[in-house]
Design a protein around this ligand. Structure first.
Ligand code: PBG
Length: 333
């Protein structure tokens, strides 16, 4: 007879001693799986605080380089860069310019860190357009607007080539345009960059959790919202599976689910469907700000909550986490 119940079975036996708990621990976190998002702008010696995101700053390139060096010494997996251009226009020209903010920033960082740190770049236009949308706009007959998917793809390739020529190690398209991975993959391959991986924001939801980021990156839509390109939070997991499947077929190397904590079910569904595919989860700005605000009030313990959250995201099936706590995590672990 199987001894399958109390008192023969006592699940607490493996919980009494710290050493025993450590032995049987299943979800283990480590710094090399964390990616730190950083915001870069022009100027010198600038560390401009982002009020809704304590400990995060808009950094000039010299300051960005110092952060990158810290990321190396902490053993982080990488950094992901978001550019804030000096001037914006209707198509986001700065993003496609060899003298734009990202071209300069990526070059400077790579010159310093070499191959000791992965420098990932976010590919999107919302930070670069004066209207704050993620691509080229078309006016509709009724006076409204739409983001022109296919025209945006052409610009995305231009942006990608600027990043690739500057030395970016991996490109991360976040605009939720249909066909973006295919367009990027063939554009990169054509120019001799077939070895640069694409980490696609594959299942990215139209989420209110991005609020603080839009302050940080100065990328708030000036009118309307992003509901016609980002996913509806009410969509069943199957839609995320389709997005991921398509991106993989188009050549994505890593797929991302974003945000993380409110979408653990999606991470798990993607993991169940695709064994052996690296899954990244973006623990986004709003998730960061909420914990920071509560911790400042003394209502929660920041470190414990963050470690528990990262464990949850990993347990759900993510192998890579983009988080504003990446540096803290490396120190805590
Ligand atoms: C660009 C982009 C956004 C985020 C990452 N890339 C903002 C958005 O889609 O509005 C959000 C990251 C965060 O909230 O931390 N499209």
């Amino acid at each position: 007879m199987l001894l399958s119940s109390f008192p023969a079975v006592r699940l607490r036996r493996l919980r009494y001693e710290p050493a025993m708990r450590r032995l049987v621990r299943e979800t283990v976190l480590s710094p090399e799986h964390f990616i730190l998002p950083l915001f870069v702008r022009s100027g010198k010696g600038i560390r401009q605080a982002i009020p809704s995101m304590p400990n995060h700053f808009q950094l000039s390139i010299d300051e960005l380089v110092l952060e990158a060096e810290q990321a190396v010494s902490l053993g982080l997996g990488g950094i992901i860069l978001f550019g804030i251009p000096e001037t914006k226009d209707s198509i986001g020209s700065d993003a496609m310019s060899e003298t734009g903010i990202m071209a300069h920033a990526v070059r400077a960082v790579k010159q310093t860190v070499g191959n000791k740190l992965l420098v990932i770049t976010d590919l999107c236009f919302c930070e670069y357009t004066d209207h704050g949308h993620c691509g080229v706009l078309n006016e509709k007959p009724d006076g409204g607007f739409e983001v022109d998917n296919d025209a945006t793809l052409e610009n995305l390739v231009r942006q990608a080539l600027v990043h690739a020529r500057s030395g970016a190690d991996m490109l991360a398209p976040s605009g939720m345009m249909d066909g973006m991975v295919r367009a990027l993959r063939s554009g990169l391959d054509r120019e001799g960059f077939s070895q640069i991986p694409i980490m696609s924001y594959a299942a990215k939801y139209a989420s209110a959790f991005y609020g603080p980021f839009r302050e940080a990156a100065e990328s708030c839509p000036q009118f309307g919202n992003r509901n016609s390109y980002q996913m509806d939070p009410s969509a069943a997991a199957g839609q995320a599976i389709r997005e991921v499947q398509l991106d993989l077929e188009e050549g994505a190397d890593i797929v991302m689910v974003k945000p993380a904590l409110a979408y653990l079910d999606i991470i798990r569904s993607v993991r169940n469907r695709f064994e052996g595919v690296p899954i990244a989860a973006y623990n986004v700005s709003g998730e960061y700000s909420m914990v920071k605000a509560a911790a400042e009030k003394g209502w929660i313990d920041e470190k414990t909550i963050v470690l528990e959250s990262m464990t949850a995201i990993t347990r759900a099936g993510a192998n890579i986490i983009l988080t504003y706590w990446a540096k803290n995590l490396a120190q805590w672990l």
